[in-house]
Ligand binder design. Structure first.
Ligand SMILES: Nc1nc2c(ncn2[C@@H]2O[C@H](COP(=O)(O)OP(=O)(O)OP(=O)(O)O)[C@@H](O)[C@H]2O)c(=O)[nH]1
Ligand SMILES: [Mg+2]
Length: 359
């Protein structure tokens, strides 16, 4: 086993920080470390915290750290900084907001610095969450601003996604990116000390009900009224410590005032109810498999892209020039490159596909 991986498993915080840095930079033995750690992962509950800028994600995350620490759980935070490509600015602010937990050996906070490369951010976030899972985190909180494709992918990797909304920022529901809404398992209407919290809750309730209508009309099963009853029963059952009920999950809503630590216990209950559903029901198992498949697709896409770019080398350059000169369209060029890559498929014994043999 890689010595750094060994130290992560021994819960050495310094070594864990170093492993995170290598993984974020894709430097050194990062791949070997990830491979060695993987068998020791799968224990952590990955909780995504997303929402519009300034909604109170970091403040609420800090409160959630506090609530989980009271239960004696080890907590890790991955703060994905949306502004880093330009300024790196928000990282410092988030660090300061979570400073209360600085020095607690059972809290690990890491800001992501990855810039540039396609999919780099989501890849780093997933891998770093794994490192922190191996470090022994019971809960990994991943804070992202709900903008951009990368961030959507990060949200989709979480077991449970908390969307933080705040009143007084215009039409809250409209302001939340559609893709993020689809991933929401629990909503926090934060800044409930401000005017407009009731309206925000009503909008969300309506939106969730309409989501059910749309799903029913299109023949999908989640969110319809029977399901809503199931979900509520599940919530009630798990609040009593019983088994969650079967059936799809209906998003839950909690009001919070993060600055005053109000409503946080109720929020944690709703998050826990989702976790109980996810890990305790057939529907939850199906959801986890679906998410795992999506994650595999992302991994595969990245691996294939890297492999193809490396294998094609000059052919790719030639294709770019040919497209630029309008000698060939990009669709045909891509097909030809794929054929060429498949021709070089001997690197995958037994799985090689001859040109023209494809589906
Ligand atoms: N009135 C009120 N203010 C709050 C509440 N929660 C957070 N804030 C304030 O809102 C501002 C933004 O809070 P953050 O926690 O940084 O929000 P964020 O969503 O993490 O922001 P970004 O990471 O920049 O997108 C800060 O000034 C907080 O003190 C709340 O419940 N009520
Ligand atoms: Mg923040």
């Amino acid at each position: 086993m890689h010595p750094l991986a060994e130290k992560v498993l021994a819960r050495d915080t310094r070594a864990t920080a170093r492993a995170c840095r290598l993984v974020d930079d894709r430097a050194g033995d990062y791949a070997a470390i990830l491979k060695d750690l993987f068998p020791h992962t799968g224990r952590a509950w990955v909780l995504g915290v997303t929402g519009n800028p300034g909604a109170g994600k970091s403040t609420l995350t800090d409160r959630l750290i506090g609530a989980f620490r009271k239960q004696d759980r080890r907590v890790a935070v991955v703060a994905v900084d949306p502004t880093s490509p330009f300024t790196g600015g928000a990282i410092l602010g988030d660090r300061i907001r979570m400073q209360a937990h600085f020095g607690d050996p059972d809290v690990f906070i890491r800001s992501l610095a990855t810039r540039g490369a396609l999919g780099g951010l989501s890849r780093s976030a997933v891998d770093i969450a794994r490192v922190l899972d191996a470090w022994g985190a019971d809960v990994v909180l991943v804070e992202t601003v709900g903008v951009g494709q990368d961030e959507l992918e990060i949200t989709r990797m979480a077991h449970t996604t908390l969307v933080v909304a705040a009143p007084g920022m215009g039409d809250e529901v409209q302001a939340i990116k559609a893709g993020i809404l689809e991933c929401a398992d629990v909503f926090a209407v934060n800044k409930a000390d401000r005017d407009g919290a009731d309206a925000a809750v009503r909008d969300l309730e309506l939106m969730i009900a309409l989501g059910g209508e749309v799903a029913r009309a299109s023949g999908r099963s989640h969110g319809h009224s029977a399901a809503a009853l199931h979900a509520r029963a599940a919530e009630a059952a798990s609040a009593r410590g019983g088994a969650p009920a079967e059936g799809p999950w209906e998003p839950a809503i909690a009001r919070t005032v993060a600055t005053r630590n109000e409503g946080v216990a109720a929020l944690v209950d709703r998050l826990e109810a989702h976790r109980a559903w996810l890990f305790g029901t057939e529907a939850g198992a199906a959801r986890r498999e679906e998410r795992l498949r999506e994650a595999m697709h992302v991994q595969l896409r990245d691996a294939l892209t890297d492999a193809a770019v490396a294998a094609l080398g000059p052919a790719l350059d030639a294709a770019v020039r040919a497209v630029a000169r309008r000698e060939v369209d990009p669709y045909t060029a891509s097909e030809r490159l794929v054929d060429a890559f498949r021709g070089a498929g001997a690197a995958f014994p037994g799985a090689a596909v001859a040109p023209g043999d494809g589906p």
